[in-house]
Ligand binder design. Structure first.
Ligand code: PMP
Length: 326
């Protein structure tokens, strides 16, 4: 028998998928960790689970309690599923620029959703800071605090990293991923470097994020912008601090969208925008490293969460982003 214990038991152990068309084109094995197959539909189910169970263990989250978080959506979706399964309430503060699909889904799942204007982190009304204050003001509530709470990267150090190592039988040359909180990137790269220091760990970065410039030149600086959601940062979060970074690769939206449409049409994989950045960086890394390498990245979530934007020709056209391979 192979039976999982409820939602929580079904988190993790996702397949590692060979991205056939891109592997064949580059001569490398480009492999995607299929995090969209988690029960809540994204990589953030893992962080949500570890954050909640860590707060339970430490006696911070008590029966009937509330979990408050500021999120681009996926962490909120993961948290709400787990709160439902464990009997907690969930309050989600989300920038109103995030896709309507994610906001609607959060409401359907039963979270109390508070969309707020998208303002920079330095503004006291930034969604992350608002979520911290909201938790402080509520009775019997915790702030998940995914950016600074190291239970986030611990999930990937203990689960995702070892899963990738086992699934490749240790035959992995490089790991590349974009960062939102940095939990996925940091947890996996810390595990892989510890296990084999020769694994090259590379940060993928969308335009408008400051990390590429930081890891290349030592200063957080950004230019341009991106239609991708959930990734990119203008600061080094607690979860990214101390993570091994061998290199950084910047990927622009046209290339990311080309990747997403290629995966959809040639590989049958319907993926979200951050996957385009990850896979685009994996392809660039394959070109840099040469054929014969095994490169692993993350398939963070599925395309249905972005149908009204990234898969809507009118929206793409208005942004001047309709890909050639649409
Ligand atoms: N892709 C998507 C779609 C996400 O929602 C997130 C999380 N914000 C990430 C990637 C990045 O994951 P992490 O927070 O672990 O860096």
């Amino acid at each position: 028998m192979d039976i999982k214990g409820g939602f929580v038991g079904a988190v993790g152990n996702t397949p590692l998928i060979r991205l056939n068309s891109l592997s064949d084109e580059t001569g490398c094995e480009i492999l995607g960790k299929a995090e969209f197959l988690n029960p809540g539909g994204s990589v953030k189910d893992r962080a949500a689970l570890y954050i909640i169970e860590d707060a339970e263990r430490r006696g911070l989250l008590k029966p009937g309690g509330t979990v408050v978080e500021g999120t681009a959506g996926n962490t909120g979706i993961g948290l709400t599923h787990i709160c439902n399964a464990k009997g907690y309430k969930c309050v989600i503060i989300i920038p109103e620029t995030q896709s309507q699909e994610k906001i609607d889904l959060l409401r359907t799942l039963g979270a109390e959703v508070r969309p707020v204007p998208a303002v920079p982190y330095r503004d006291p009304n930034n969604y992350v800071k608002l979520s911290g204050r909201t938790a402080d003001e509520m009775e019997n509530a915790i702030w998940a605090n995914q950016f600074e709470n190291l239970a986030n990267r611990q999930a990937h150090y203990e689960m995702t990293g070892p899963e990738i190592w086992a699934q490749t039988d240790g035959k992995i040359d490089a790991w590349v991923a974009a960062t939102g909180t940095g939990g996925t990137y940091a947890g996996v790269s810390m595990f892989l470097k510890e296990t084999n220091p020769n694994v090259k760990c590379v940060v993928a970065d969308p335009m408008g994020s400051g990390l590429y410039h930081y890891f290349k030149h030592g200063e957080v600086k950004s230019e341009g912008n991106s239609v991708t959601e959930g990734i990119g940062n203008g600061r080094i979060t607690g979860n990214m601090e101390g993570a091994p970074v061998d290199d950084a690769i910047q990927v622009d939206d046209p290339f990311a969208l080309k990747m997403i449409y290629q995966m959809l049409k040639q590989d049958g994989l319907f993926m979200g925008g951050s996957v385009g950045i990850n896979v685009g960086a994996a392809v660039k890394l394959a070109q840099q490293m040469g054929p014969g390498q095994t490169i692993v990245t993350v398939l963070c979530d599925g395309g249905a969460r972005y149908q009204s934007k990234l898969f809507n020709p009118a929206w793409l056209e208005q942004k001047g982003l309709l890909p050639e391979n649409f």
